[in-house]
Design a protein around this ligand. Structure first.
Ligand code: SR1
Ligand code: MG
Length: 419
């Protein structure tokens, strides 16, 4: 019998039998008969299983019983799943749990509920969302989600604006900045996203038939390097709002009638446009996959969803701003428009860096890497590279959903011409 008073990795994919026994003991300790009386488990029918899908960093296990109770246990390991050479603080689990709890207050119903978190085992118990699909997986089957743009824009405008200095008391925000500072995880973003796709790195994953194009278009482009260096310093120094920090479609649980955002361990205070740009870029990866599969209707839906996300964000920003602003200087006429314009410029810039880093950097996306046909994969990669450059080099031109839709279609046409 373990008392879980000292950290060890209890979720071990190579030993599901011991994992099951340990995780059930742990779940009971943390959720049964606790102060909040959280879950009334039927112990005799409890099971714990490791799901087949997982992210790049952590370990998860789903615990169920015959009465219909269930919970996800998520644990941080001291090395990252994507590479045993990479480490990130075990405190990331606390940070993720606390951010989810805060986001639940700011955007009710839009994140999984956190039952508990435990700083000794670096683990938490969160709402089982197995009746949802991970959005990236669903889009690989070319499923569409009519509510997505509406839901994700609500999530972003609420979590971002309400955690910014425009609304949040400045002292409280600075206190949160101290609580959610993540040097290790920020360092991953600063290198993997905002440097290596441009300066080149040993660990970049470049598709060999595209190497020459990548070198010319990304590694040897001075104006692009200068624009990205500004985006990097903006990310590092502009603690504008509490971001999710890794808002790609693998961080979204989705159903036709509901959307929940999870996996916010990269949460940090940084420019709002980083989250919004990530959403736009990841819809473009889904579009790439749709085009490669000859599913134009799906591809068109992804472009429309990206455009709608931007337009709805703008509309909701304008109304939430008027309703929630507390900072007197942010009520000065013209400031709301100035602030929005800077968010939209950043959005374009970081949509571009996400497009580039997932195409040539260390952590690629399966939407693109699963394209078997070389010509089709080249079309996808070059679309991402061309659209990303357009976004980064002309940030001020992306002020509406339509600007994105037109640029994405232009990029596909231009990429075609390079083949
Ligand atoms: C080393 S972790 C690689 C990537 O996976 C995460 O989901 C983040 O996107 C990170 O950049
Ligand atoms: Mg993740």
């Amino acid at each position: 019998m373990t008392d879980f008073s000292k950290y060890f990795l209890m979720i071990n994919e190579d030993d599901p039998v011991t994992t099951e026994k340990t995780v059930i003991e742990y779940t009971l300790l943390k959720t049964k008969g606790t102060e909040k009386g959280q879950i009334d488990w039927d112990e005799s029918t409890m099971k714990a299983a490791i799901p087949s899908e997982h992210g790049n960093l952590n370990h998860v296990c789903r615990v169920t019983d015959g009465k219909g109770n269930s919970i996800y246990i998520k644990q941080a390991g001291d090395t990252l799943r994507i590479s045993e050479d990479m480490t990130a603080t075990l405190d990331r689990n606390r940070q993720e749990s606390e951010i989810l709890q805060l986001e639940e207050k700011m955007a009710p119903g839009m994140v999984p509920h956190v039952y508990f978190f435990d700083t000794t085992m670096s683990a938490c118990g969160m709402e089982d969302c197995s009746d949802y699909e991970v959005m990236r997986d669903a889009m690989l089957k070319h499923e569409t989600f009519p509510r997505f743009a509406d839901d994700i824009s609500t999530f972003m405008v609420r979590t971002l604006l309400l955690s910014s200095d425009v609304v949040m008391d400045h002292r409280k925000k600075k206190e949160l900045t101290r609580r959610f500072i993540t040097p290790d995880l920020d360092d991953i973003t600063e290198k993997l996203v905002l440097m290596e796709p441009y300066l080149g790195a040993e660990r970049n994953n470049v598709f060999e038939p595209n190497r020459e194009f990548v070198e010319k278009e990304l590694y040897q482009h001075d104006a692009l390097h200068l624009a990205v260096s500004k985006l990097k310093f903006n990310f590092m120094t502009n603690a504008q709002a509490l971001l999710h920090g890794d808002l790609h479609t693998g961080s979204v649980f989705i159903r036709k009638d509901s959307t929940k955002i999870f996996d916010c361990e990269f949460g940090t205070f940084a420019p709002m446009g980083y989250d919004i740009g990530n959403v736009v870029a990841n819809l473009i990866f889904a579009m790439d996959n749709g085009i490669a599969g000859g599913d134009q209707a799906f591809a068109d839906w992804t472009v429309q969803a990206a455009a709608d996300t931007i337009d709805l964000f703008i509309r909701k920003y304008n109304s939430l701003y008027d309703e929630a602003v507390t900072e007197p200087m942010a009520k000065v006429p013209g400031f709301k428009e100035y602030y929005l314009e800077s968010i939209l410029k950043d959005t374009a810039g970081y949509a571009g860096t996400e497009l580039h880093r997932r195409t040539v950097g260390m952590a690629n996306v399966v939407d693109v890497t699963s394209i078997k046909d070389t010509r089709k994969r080249l079309l996808a990669e070059r679309t991402n590279i061309i659209a990303g450059k357009d976004f980064i080099l002309h940030q001020e031109k992306f002020m509406s959903g339509r600007d994105y839709a037109e640029a994405i279609r232009r990029a596909v046409a231009e990429a075609e011409k390079t083949l």
